[in-house]
Design a protein around this ligand. Structure first.
Ligand code: P53
Length: 476
C-alpha cells in the first residue's frame, strides 16, 4: 500500500523561531523573547532585563513576519501540501490577560492562512509552541495558576472562531511532555522560579510542577471541547516529543529502566490526552512520592470529554538507557547513552530511521488513532557555494525516514496521515538559539550574530522533496 492519496506532505515552523517582529503589530513579550543565543556547549540564558546588551535571536528570527507571502509562495513551489506553524499567543493576547484580543495580530495570521490557501497548502496550527506571554510568568506563575487555564482557553476559542473555515488541523501544546522534566518547567509550564539564568536546567517543587502540568492538560482538553463546538470539522491533536530509547544491554534491569523511562517521558502525557485519564503508573508514582494534586471530578470529566482526535509527535533520534545512566544531558535534553550502532550528528543526535517505524507501531498499537509526524529532520552546518546549497546528508536522512514511514503504513498497517519535516526554511534553533544548526529545505542568509541579507535560497533537498511529494512518496 502506498502513502494515502490525501497524505499531508509538508514542513514545519514555529512562530518564535521564524517570525521576528517581536514588538511589532501590538505583540507582547513571550518567554522566547527573553532567551539569549547559545551553542552546543554554551547553554542559552533566560534573562529578565532585555536592555543589558544581550542578543535575542527571536527578536528578528528570519523575518517571516514581513516575508511570509514570498516564503509561502516558495513552499508552494516545492509542492508542500501542508505547513505546520504556530500562532504566537502574545500576538493575540499581548499580556495573556488582556480584556480584548489584538486585532492586528489576528489579522496577521488571517493573511498567513489565506496565503496558504492560495498556494494549496493546508495549515496545521500549534497554539502554544514554547512562547507563552511573558507577563503570565511574572504576574501569575504560569500554569501553576488556574486562571491561566481560562486565559489559554479564551485564546484558543478566539483562534477557532476567527479562523473557522481557514484552519481545520490544530495542535494544542508543543512537546507537552517536556513538562515531566525539570527542563520544561519554564518553556512548557511557565513556572516563575524556573525563570532563572539557565533555560533548561531547573529543578523545583514537584507538586507545583505536576499541578501545573495538570492545568496544561485541562487547558488542552477544554480547548478541544470548545474547538469541536465551534467547528465540528476541527481535528485537534496532541504533540509529544518522542524519546525512543533502547536498553543499553539485555540486562533485565536495563530493559526495565528503559520501559520506566518510556512510560514517564513518552506515555504519560499521551495517555492523558488520547485516553482522557491518568495512567495507573502515574497515579501510583504521585502517591509514592507524596505528590497530592488537586484534581476534581469536573477536571476528570473534562479530560475525558477533551480527548484529542489524533496523535502528533516529533521524532529526531533515539538513545540508550542503562539503569545507572544519566538520562538528561546538556544541550541534548532527552538523550541517554550513545548507541554504538548509529551515526551521530554534529550536535550529538543519533540518526535512527528504524526507530521511527518502531515508534509508529508502538503508538498505533497503544492508541488506535490517526498519527502525524510533525517534526523530523537533520540539524547540520550547510555551506553556500556558488549561490547554491548541496545537502545530500539531509536528503539521506529524510529519505530513510520516508522509507520507514512507508514500511509502517505498507507492511504494518499504521494509520499515518501526515509528515511535516523540520523545517520549511532555516530558523533559530530552539535548543541552542543558533542559526548555524540548520534544518531547512530553504537556506536563509543569516548568521549567529544576526548578520546577513536574509535572502532565501532553496537547497538541493527541496528539489528532492518536491519529487517525493509529486510522486506521493514513490521517488524517495
Ligand atoms: P533544536 C530538544 C529535544 C527534542 C526536540 O530542536 C526539541 C528540543 C528542544 O530543543 O524541540 C523540538 O532547534 C521543538 C522545535 C525545535 C526542534 O525540536 O534544538 O519542537 O521547536 O526547533 C529541534 O535543534
Amino acid at each position: 500500500m502506498p502513502f494515502p492519496n490525501n497524505f499531508l506532505w509538508g514542513a514545519a515552523l514555529a512562530a518564535n523561531q521564524c517570525e521576528g517582529a517581536w514588538n511589532e503589530g501590538g505583540k507582547g513579550e513571550s518567554i522566547a523573547d527573553h532567551l539569549t543565543s547559545g551553542s552546543r556547549t554554551k547553554p542559552r540564558r533566560f534573562v529578565q532585563d532585555l536592555n543589558l546588551g544581550d542578543y535575542f535571536p527571536s527578536h528578528t528570527g528570519v523575518d517571516f513576519y514581513h516575508r511570509f507571502e514570498e516564503d509561502i509562495a516558495l513552499f508552494g513551489q516545492i509542492g508542500l501540501k501542508s505547513l505546520r506553524l504556530s500562532i504566537a499567543w502574545s500576538r493575540i493576547f499581548p499580556n495573556g490577560d488582556d480584556a480584548q484580543p489584538n486585532e492586528e495580530g489576528l489579522r496577521f495570521y488571517e493573511r498567513v492562512f489565506t496565503t496558504c490557501q492560495e498556494n494549496n497548502i493546508t495549515p496545521i496550527v500549534t497554539l502554544s509552541h514554547f512562547e507563552m506571554p511573558y507577563h503570565l510568568i511574572t504576574a501569575y506563575n504560569g500554569f501553576a495558576n488556574k486562571k491561566v487555564i481560562d486565559m489559554f482557553v479564551r485564546y484558543a476559542e478566539t483562534c477557532f472562531t476567527r479562523y473557522k473555515g481557514l484552519v481545520q488541523y490544530w495542535l494544542t501544546f508543543n512537546e507537552i511532555n517536556f513538562g515531566t522534566l525539570g527542563a520544561g518547567r519554564l518553556f512548557c509550564l511557565g513556572l516563575r522560579d524556573a525563570a532563572q539564568e539557565n533555560y533548561f536546567f531547573t529543578s523545583g517543587d514537584e507538586t507545583e510542577q505536576y499541578q501545573a502540568l495538570h492545568n496544561v492538560f485541562l487547558a488542552s482538553a477544554r480547548a478541544v471541547i470548545s474547538g469541536h463546538q465551534i467547528d465540528p470539522e476541527n481535528q485537534i491533536g496532541c504533540m509529544i516529543a518522542n524519546g525512543l530509547a533502547y536498553p543499553l544491554t539485555p540486562k533485565p534491569e536495563d530493559v526495565l529502566a528503559t520501559q520506566q523511562r518510556a512510560d514517564w517521558f513518552n506515555n504519560f502525557c499521551g495517555d492523558v490526552q488520547v485516553r482522557g485519564s491518568y495512567p495507573s503508573f502515574a497515579k501510583r508514582r504521585f502517591e509514592r512520592r507524596g505528590i497530592k494534586l488537586n484534581v476534581t471530578a469536573a477536571d476528570e470529566a473534562d479530560l475525558l470529554n477533551g480527548k484529542v482526535d489524533f496523535y502528533s509527535f516529533s521524532y529526531y533520534s533515539s538513545s540508550c538507557v542503562a539503569k545507572t545512566s544519566e538520562n538528561v544531558g546538556q544541550g541534548n535534553l532527552i538523550a541517554g547513552q550513545k548507541n554504538p550502532y548509529l551515526e551521530t550528528s554534529d550536535w550529538g543526535w543519533q540518526t535512527d530511521p528504524s526507530g521511527l517505524r518502531l515508534t509508529l507501531n508502538r503508538l498505533y498499537q497503544r492508541y488506535q488513532v490517526p498519527l502525524m509526524v510533525v517534526e523530523n529532520g537533520l540539524g547540520a552546518i550547510d555551506t553556500l557555494e556558488d549561490g547554491a546549497v548541496n545537502d545530500p546528508y539531509r536528503i539521506d536522512y529524510l529519505r530513510a525516514h520516508v522509507e520507514a514511514m512507508h514500511q509502517a503504513i505498507d507492511e504494518d498497517g499504521v494509520d499515518l496521515i501526515g509528515y511535516t519535516m523540520w523545517t520549511a526554511m532555516d530558523v533559530i534553533s530552539a535548543g541552542t538559539g543558533e542559526m548555524a544548526k540548520r534544518y531547512g529545505l530553504i537556506y536563509v542568509d543569516r548568521d549567529d550574530q544576526g548578520q546577513g541579507s536574509l535572502t532565501r535560497i532553496p537547497k538541493a533537498s527541496s528539489v528532492w522533496y518536491h519529487d517525493v511529494i509529486a510522486s506521493n512518496g514513490d521517488s524517495a
